[in-house]
Design a protein around this ligand. Structure first.
Ligand SMILES: [Zn+2]
Length: 349
């Protein structure tokens, strides 16, 4: 039932391709790709936006109104013109006419978007990815391949299904800054939900393991206190924030999302293989140019099960084999790279 309504929503979004450029009138709720039919969106947490507000959420509302054929200035200021537009929209949808954007109004404003979608709602996604999440993307109003790639990358960073479709979960992550990596549990599809209580996400399990002392996430970057250390990186991942990279040596500075493939791999090394280990770097530190560390995909350890890595050893070899068995795409250690990895192990996903 839910799946079919999302299929229909996606088809409608695709079929509205030709209508962009004209300012289309507000259509009936069931036929315009609105996610308002998805009860799940109503149960999610959304920011409340109202008269007097001035922030990115306001700009997002203004783009979404534009996506509904309602023209307001895209100035990020919730003045009386925006309030009147919201009231008119609410009236047209049979919602309470209070001029305040809460869960039911968000759900009615949002549209399911995918490759080929166009219009104000696409601009809203591009605006958020660019301005809130620092992605290099232009606000073109066309859901092109670049938008799809940034959407998929964002979904991966939030441990959501990486389908490139902006449904209620992805909208909620973009607008409500929610993440499925920390305490959120198993990721559903953009429109699906799991009613069963889910386990905590890999990032928060790893942070819990650090607090329990079974692993150590170093709280410094080789003597630097730059916020790019593994403990800070993991704390940011749990909060759904991008993790800092270092700014010394060949490090590129800036930030990157710790990727779910890495989080799942590291969590499995602890939980499935039972390894205790000391993590020296994730996104921070200075590495070779183009290193997977800078992409939030690699981590280094210099101690496993209480043994410092110092040349080849059985524990080093078995840990590296575990990384490979867990699907790591890059594994280095004393056995295969004695020049660069004599004293630590490196696995990337
Ligand atoms: Zn490394």
């Amino acid at each position: 039932m839910k799946t079919s309504s999302f299929l229909i929503a996606s088809l409608v979004a695709l079929s509205s391709l030709g209508a962009v450029g004209c300012s289309s009138p507000v259509e009936a709720a069931a036929d315009d790709g609105s996610i308002s039919g998805d009860a799940e969106a109503l149960t999610m947490s959304w920011p409340t936006v109202r008269l007097g507000d001035s922030n990115q959420d306001v700009t997002t509302v203004q783009y979404l109104l534009k996506g509904r054929g309602i023209t307001v200035s895209l100035d990020g200021a919730y003045g009386t013109a925006t309030e009147t537009a919201v009231k008119n929209f609410q009236r047209s949808r049979g919602l309470a006419v209070d001029g305040i954007v809460g869960a039911s109004t968000w759900a009615a404003l949002l549209q399911t978007l995918s490759s080929g979608s166009r219009g104000g709602a696409v601009e809203a996604v591009q605006y958020l990815l660019k301005n809130r999440y620092s992605q290099a993307l232009s606000v073109s109003g066309t859901f092109d391949s670049a938008t799809g790639a940034k959407t998929t990358s964002f979904q991966q960073s939030r441990c959501l299904t990486t389908d490139g479709v902006v449904g209620s979960l992805t909208w909620n992550a973009l607008i409500g800054r929610t993440t499925n990596c920390g305490g959120g549990g198993t990721a559903g599809a953009s429109g699906s939900s799991s009613s069963a209580p889910a386990a905590a996400g890999p990032a928060s399990r790893l942070l819990a393991a650090h607090r329990a002392g079974t692993i150590t996430l170093w709280n410094q970057t080789f003597g630097r206190w730059d916020g790019a250390d593994p403990l800070s990186n993991m704390t940011d991942a749990v909060a759904g924030r991008a993790a800092k990279r270092s700014c010394y040596g060949t490090a590129p500075c800036g930030s990157v999302y710790v990727q779910s493939g890495l989080l799942n791999g590291v969590a499995a090394l602890r939980e499935r293989y039972g390894y205790r280990f000391f993590v020296t770097t994730i996104a921070g530190g200075s590495h070779a140019s183009g290193s997977y560390h800078y992409a939030g995909r690699a981590f280094d350890v210099d101690e496993v099960n209480g043994t410092r890595i110092n040349g080849n050893s059985s524990v080093a070899t078995s840990f590296m084999n575990a990384c490979r068995a867990l699907g790591a795409v890059e594994v280095f250690g004393p056995s295969n790279d004695p020049a660069g990895h004599w004293d630590h192990l490196h696995c990337a996903w």
